[in-house]
Design a protein around this ligand. Structure first.
Ligand SMILES: [Zn+2]
Length: 194
């Protein structure tokens, strides 16, 4: 399980593992929290003999985090293809079929050999067959028009793409803030790998 950490203004900041989230809570760094479910954790024994208890909700905003988001790096595409395939819903941009991860590849719209860059807007998910057929050509040259337009995920989309086993309260928080055009809104039930 992971806890979604926000900055004080409600912008997603980081997925926290439980130990880290408990540390924040135990140090009084949780400014406010969201979610119906509450998780209770028992810690070590205190000096008075009582065991310490920390309770956490699925979404927490960290105190004194006003400036955190300003220092965040642009959201990386990553070297493995998981985020890309999830953005594109495991669907080939050229034939429109859905495939398992192992049958999919990262296609550079403008091929790398011709100066195309490894950026969110120059890559799409393609099945092995379509990628081979397109070869070192642009979609126009190959007469293989793109069936969807690649885009750079916004911060809320990025957290949906990178979360593992996202809890209902967390998904609700993120999904409510997605832009209308988001492709992640097409299906309520998002596939998240175990
Ligand atoms: Zn294909």
């Amino acid at each position: 399980m992971q806890i979604l950490a926000l900055d004080i203004a409600g912008t997603p900041f980081r997925w926290l593992d439980i130990e880290r989230a408990i540390t924040y809570a135990a140090c009084g760094k949780v400014a406010w929290e969201v979610g119906g479910d509450e998780f209770v954790f028992h810690g070590g024994t205190r000096r008075d003999g009582e065991r310490s208890v920390v309770s956490l909700r699925p979404v927490i905003a960290l105190a004194k985090s006003e400036a955190m988001v300003r220092y965040l790096q642009p959201l990386p595409l990553g070297h493995d293809n998981m985020l890309l395939f999830r953005r594109d819903r495991e669907t080939c941009a050229y034939c429109g079929e859905r495939f398992e991860y192992r049958a999919l590849t990262r296609d550079h719209i403008v091929p790398k050999a011709r100066g195309g860059r490894d950026t969110w807007t120059n890559v799409v998910t393609a099945c092995r067959y379509c990628n081979m057929r397109k070869a070192c050509r642009t979609p126009e040259e190959a007469h293989m028009p793109l069936l969807y337009v690649p885009y750079e995920p916004c911060r809320f989309e990025h957290f949906i793409l990178t979360g593992r086993r996202i809890l209902a309260d967390q998904m609700e928080y993120l999904a409510a803030r997605l832009p209308r055009h988001s492709r992640l809104m097409l299906h309520r039930c998002l596939h998240t790998p175990e």
